[in-house]
Design a protein around this ligand. Structure first.
Ligand SMILES: [Zn+2]
Length: 451
């Protein structure tokens, strides 16, 4: 992906998307009415899972506001953004630093914008993205050329043949006044800001909202983590996006694992929703997962050659090679792409017990990675160096063995043909399940007889 900046380390933040996504199914009827001004939250923490009509996913609800056009005007002193809508909506806009961005949180909107919208630079805006960040909440993220202030922002009624419009005016400012505008009291919350008025009662930690784990079920729990989602497309080739390819793969893997009956499976996402990196880790930890498998599909810029095949990554402080480092940097940028404010993350706890747990976890992660490579190489094409390591944030649960599999390169023609082929996917998924079986058979043997 082209937006690779210098910032290597993003400390995470606790967005509420994972918590909210759990409610996506349960709260579809109220979500369909739209989290508009003054309405109570669709997700209040109430156990609504058994509610009638709970089956319809929020994404298929038809009654969201529709955005039919978006454009930029102006120059590099003042730039205006206009979004055409079919009705007025609530919004909240705020700037973020490092990199300079402006985030606009709005209720869930059905974006019907022309392909390529947002990719062209104009004035103070390098590019912008839009999409779902949580059920009931959409977001627009602008990459800015430098520090800006939001000089004006408002929603206009339909008038003079024009539809209702969201209008934002950006003005160039210097870094000092920009930083002042980010003073702590004015600093936005870490969660999508529009949710403050609409979903304020979502519990702050995802654990409470996750599907209840049947405590009597002693089967190992596997977390499958399809990368990216919602506003974050991941890598792209034509109209194939990484977020869709890896979701399809993850769901197929889930189905196959569940069919075996030997394991429980939790998905970090099972639809097109953005989940912050830390929340993915939290899901694994809060469920005491026995294994975490993150699924991605890499891409190389054309000038950097034409790599191919699947690669299996484990976490390490020092990347095993330059490509692994580049990739971890790109993957760790997911939160920045989605406009998550990364400034307030508490520093990680330095604790000897965590350190010990980490060492054991690393051993298991490496063991699973090797088993996975041995199985996958019998059925799918592997990268010429198929085992690598780097500082992937999503692999940092100290107590859950974790691997990240780049199932192929969307930038490689042959790989892309595989990635969209159901036959290829079945073979790859089969190998993964085989590796999972071997891994747990060995773990149980090491831990002693179960009965
Ligand atoms: Zn990815």
């Amino acid at each position: 992906m082209e937006n690779r900046a210098k910032h290597l380390v993003f400390l995470g933040c606790g967005l509420l998307c994972a918590a909210a996504s759990v409610f996506a199914v349960a709260s579809a009827p109220s979500a369909a009415e739209g989290p508009q001004a003054g309405q109570s939250a669709p997700a209040t923490g109430a156990p609504t899972a058994g509610a009638p009509g709970a089956a319809a996913p929020a994404a298929s609800a038809p009654n969201f506001p529709v955005a039919s056009g978006a454009r930029l005007a102006g120059d590099d002193k003042q730039t205006r953004f206009i979004l055409d809508l079919d009705r007025k909506i609530e919004f909240r806009a705020f700037p973020l630093a490092d990199p300079y961005r402006v985030v606009v949180d709005i209720p869930q909107v059905n974006f019907q914008l022309a392909a390529g919208t947002g990719s062209a630079a104009r004035g103070l805006v390098k590019a912008f993205r839009y999409g779902l960040v949580m059920p009931g909440g959409s977001r627009i993220v602008f990459d800015m050329t430098g520090p800006v202030k939001i000089a004006n922002s408002y929603v206009l009624d339909a008038a003079n043949g024009q539809p209702p419009r969201l209008v934002l005016d950006f003005e160039q400012v210097d870094r000092t006044s920009f930083v002042q505008s980010l003073a702590p009291e004015s600093r936005p919350e870490l969660k999508p800001a529009i949710s403050e008025s609409t979903t304020a009662t979502i519990p702050a930690v995802t654990t409470a909202a996750l599907p209840p784990v049947a405590t009597t079920d002693a089967r190992p729990l596997i977390v499958i983590d399809p990368g990216h989602g919602g506003i974050d497309n991941g890598t792209q080739s034509g109209d194939q996006t990484e977020k869709n390819l890896v979701l399809g793969f993850g769901l197929a893997l889930r189905d196959r694992i569940e069919k075996s009956g030997k394991y429980r499976v939790v998905m970090t996402r099972s639809d097109d929703t953005f989940i912050p990196l830390n929340d993915r880790v939290k899901i694994a930890r809060s469920q005491s997962a026995a294994l975490f498998v993150s699924i991605h599909a890499d891409a190389l810029p054309r000038r950097e050659g034409d790599a191919q095949g699947a690669t299996i990554y484990t976490v390490s402080d020092k990347a095993s090679d330059a490509e692994a480092e580049r990739l971890a940097e790109a993957e760790n940028k997911a939160d920045a792409i989605a406009g998550v404010n990364l400034t307030d993350e508490p520093t990680e706890v330095a604790d000897i017990l965590i350190d010990l747990a980490q060492r054991e976890t690393k051993t298991f992660s490496n063991r699973f990675a090797r088993l996975l490579m041995d199985e996958m190489k019998t059925t799918v094409r592997m990268h010429k160096h198929p085992l690598k390591s780097a500082g992937f944030r999503v692999l940092k649960a100290p107590d859950v063995p974790s691997v990240l599999v780049e199932i192929g390169y969307v930038s490689n023609k042959g790989d892309l043909e595989h990635l969209v082929s159901e036959n290829w996917r079945n073979k790859a998924v089969g190998s993964m399940v085989q590796a999972i079986d071997t891994f747990f058979a060995k773990r149980l043997a090491t831990a002693g007889p179960a009965k």
